[in-house]
Structures are given as structure tokens and as C-alpha cells.
Design a protein around this ligand. Sequence first.
Ligand code: AMP
Length: 195
Amino acid sequence: MKCDYYSTQYTVYSKQNTVKKEEVEMNLKKLIRDVPDFPKQGIIFKDITPLLGDAKGFKASINNMAKKYKDKHIDKIVSMEARGFIFGSALAMKLNCGFVPLRKKGKLPYKTIKEEYQLEYGTDVIEIHEDAIKPNDQVLIVDDVLATGGTAKAVCSLIEKLGGKIVGICFLIELSFLNPYDKLKGYEITSLIKY
Ligand code: AMP
């Protein structure tokens, strides 16, 4: 086995390899930049652009996400605009599955169904094409950051309305201190980096 922190051969989720999983997390964490007070006062924004700009780091993120789901027969990856698209589409290539973009209101050209969800202040709406998911499609949701879980919950609702089966929800980063799992009970959640 290669002894590279970013090795694609790492079994990062294996119980026997917890130390290595921590090493992968530690190395990916070095590529996440904290930006205080963005986009507003009091928020510490997790900037993923240093990771995206690092060939090894970006590849390691996708490879380690893929490990967990490579044998789960995923039909579709569903991601939210805009940063979710980066990880979701790269992972879809790796898992040989389709990619479904979810967008803010009014952006998708064909017939859509929509879901309103709670933001810190106010609400927002996301949409999906009504034919994007077929009944019983095995679906993996992918996004960059899990914060309160409100967005992911709305995505789950849209997929289930179309008859899709949610195999899991996968994030690069999870802000555990915001207790996002409270909103996502019953779903299998994976995050490569936890704060
Ligand atoms: P939430 O619905 O609260 O889980 O928020 C998730 C969405 O907001 C994700 O699509 C993230 O891209 C974005 N987000 C929330 N908090 C942060 C943060 N501190 N840093 C970066 N992105 C964030």
C-alpha cells in the first residue's frame, strides 16, 4: 500500500484504518481556509478554493467520497448549485452514474417541482426537473458543506417526491456543532472533514 496521505488505495472508512482516516482528514483540513465574517458578520465561511486548486487535495476528496459508494449501484448524483456541482459532477464521473443539477428558483428550463426551505434569515426555493429522477432510482446527494441541514433536507424531499431512493448524503465538510443530523434523521451521512 502506498504511504501517501492522499492515496486512492486508502480504506478510509475501514474500522481497522481509523488513524489513516484521521490523517486524510487532517491533510484535507489544511486546504480549507476560514474566512471570518463572510458573507455576513459572525459567519466563519469555509473556503474550499485552496483545496480545489490543489490537484492532490481535490483528487483525494473525490476518491475518498467514491470509496464509500462505489459498490452501492448509484444511478444518479444530485447536487445543489453552485459548489455542490463541483464535487457532484466529478464524483458522478468516478461512479459512472448520472448527474442531476438542483438550482435556485427560475434557473432550470424545463418543467420543475420545487421545495421551499429555511435559511438563517428568511426562506429560499430550490427546483429539480420533474423527469430528472425515475421511480426507484438509487440517489446519492452531494454538497460541499453541511451546516444546519436545511438545504439537504429540502433536497431529500424533492428526490422522494419523484420516487427516488436516497442511498446517502455526502459532504466534503460538516459543521457538527450546528447539529445538522437533527434535520436528517434516518439518512446515511458521510463527511470527509468535521468541525
Ligand atoms: P445548510 O442548509 O444550513 O446546511 O447550509 C448548507 C449550504 O450553505 C451549503 O450549500 C453550503 O455551501 C453553504 N454554507 C453554509 N454555511 C457555510 C459555511 N460556514 N461555509 C461555507 N458554506 C456554507
